[in-house]
Structures are given as structure tokens and as C-alpha cells.
Design a protein around this ligand. Structure first.
Ligand code: PGA
Length: 251
């Protein structure tokens, strides 16, 4: 059984006081919600404050990126053990904004994934096609290439990996993929995971949809057989809307 997983990706938003205010507002709103896992991914600078605010709750902490080396002369980078030390259990890897704006390649993402797993973090690997790639009927091929390259040489003992399918054209645009299209791609991703990691693990790994997820459309995505949760950007910045997303089962 895969537990529904709802992840807030704050991107480059919220100063420390705003992050604390979110946590204070959010926690009572999700109190008593059962059978879901919730992760909040603040910017690095707010990790410690959010960790303290979340203490005693079941909400987990995640980072938005990680480097593949443990320590040394890598100015500006943060290692898996530093994230663990800061209270993180998850880390987003390969978000399309990093791929597109910062030039992150699949080989980099592969190294980050391996380092995060070795360091005891659960990676949330992001994949997805651009609008042009979808219009040229290349969406499946693009995502297949990303998954196969990102997972190359990866060995897993447990299902401590999350994949997020985030079509680039749906991120921050208000135009979400249809639940049918999300299911088609996520079912395909599960078959690729089975080939790379074995069917038993592939059946246990959570695969999320991301891209303009809102309180109003979450339940439709969650009703799809292979969609196990959501990676939420814009709608995760307000405690009220993130809490409604977490409470997607309630009418
Ligand atoms: P969005 O972003 O929900 O604002 O579309 C999702 C993401 O980039 O993870």
C-alpha cells in the first residue's frame, strides 16, 4: 500500500518569519488528518526555523536541492549529511527549474540521487517534458530518457525514492495536465521503474503529479490508479490552500 504523499515546494519564497508563520497556521489545520504523509520543502535559509516549528508534528522536512559530495571546496553547495543534520528526510532533485535555468544535466541528477540515498535522504526525483516536446509527440520518449539516465546504476533495497511527474508547461501556469494524461505518464514511469529497479520496488514507490495542483483539482489526480500524491508549488505557499490539498479526501 502506497501512502498518499503531499509535498510543498516553496521554491525561492519565504523569509524565516514567514516560514514560521506558515507552520503555526498550517499545523492546526492538518491536525488529525490520517493516512497521508506531508513534506514541506523551504529554502535552505528557513530549514532550521521550520524544523523547530514542526517539532512534535508528523509533518516532515525536505530540501530543494543537494550536492553529491560530502564536504570540501564546493562553494555554495550543501551536502546530504548537512541536510540530514538540519532535520531533512527528503530532498527534491532535478526540478525542471534547475534543469532549465541552472543547466542541471541527467548525469548531475544521477550523482545527486546516489549521494542523497547513500546519505539517508529520500530523493524526490522530478521529470517532465516541455510543451514543444509534448506537441511533437515526444513526451513519453523524453521522460523515458530522463528516468533511465537519472536512475542509471542505482540500487535500492527499499522503496525510499519518490518520483514526481511535472510537465514543464503545467508548472506555475495554472494549466494542469488532465488527470488522464497524468495517469498515462505516471503508469508509464512505473513500468520504467520496474525495468530499472524491479517490479516489487516499482509497485511500492510513490509517484506524484506536479504542475498547477490546487485544492480544487487534487482529488481528481488522487483518484487515478498510479498517482500517489502531489508536488505543489504556488498553492503550497498559503497554509489554507496547502491544508485543503492535504485534506483532499474530505468533500
Ligand atoms: P506549481 O509548481 O504548483 O506552482 O505549478 C509545481 C512545482 O514546480 O513543483
Amino acid at each position: 500500500m502506497r501512502t498518499p504523499l503531499l509535498v510543498a515546494n516553496w521554491k525561492m519564497n519565504k523569509q524565516i518569519a514567514e516560514a514560521q508563520a506558515f507552520a503555526e497556521d498550517f499545523l492546526p489545520r492538518v491536525q488529525g488528518v490520517k493516512d497521508v504523509e506531508i513534506v514541506i520543502c523551504p529554502p535552505f535559509t528557513a530549514l532550521e526555523a521550520v524544523r523547530r516549528s514542526l517539532q512534535g508534528s508528523l509533518v516532515k522536512l525536505g530540501a530543494q536541492d543537494v550536492f553529491w559530495e560530502e564536504k570540501g571546496a564546493y562553494t555554495g553547495e550543501v551536502s546530504p549529511s548537512m541536510l540530514l543534520d538540519a532535520g531533512c528526510s527528503y530532498v527534491i532533485i532535478g526540478h525542471s527549474e534547475r534543469r532549465q535555468i541552472l543547466g542541471e544535466r541527467d548525469v548531475d541528477i544521477n550523482r545527486k540521487l546516489k549521494a542523497a540515498l547513500e546519505g539517508g535522504l529520500t530523493p524526490i526525483l522530478c521529470v517532465g517534458e516541455t510543451l514543444q516536446e509534448r506537441e511533437n509527440n515526444r513526451a513519453l520518449e523524453i521522460v523515458k530518457g530522463q528516468i533511465n539516465e537519472d536512475l542509471q546504476g542505482l540500487r535500492l533495497e527499499e522503496p525510499n525514492l519518490v518520483v514526481a511527474y511535472e510537465p514543464v508547461w503545467a508548472i506555475g501556469t495554472g494549466v494542469n495536465a488532465s488527470p488522464d494524461d497524468a495517469q498515462e505518464m505516471i503508469g508509464f514511469i512505473r513500468s520504467l521503474l520496474a525495468r530499472n529497479l524491479g517490479k516489487t520496488l516499482a509497485d511500492e514507490i510513490c509517484i506524484l503529479y506536479g504542475g498547477s495542483v490546487k485544492p480544487e483539482n487534487t482529488a481528481q489526480f488522487m483518484a487515478e490508479a498510479d498517482v500517489d500524491g502531489a508536488l505543489v508549488g504556488g498553492a503550497s505557499l498559503q497554509a489554507e490552500s496547502m491544508a485543503r490539498i492535504v485534506r483532499f479526501k474530505e468533500p
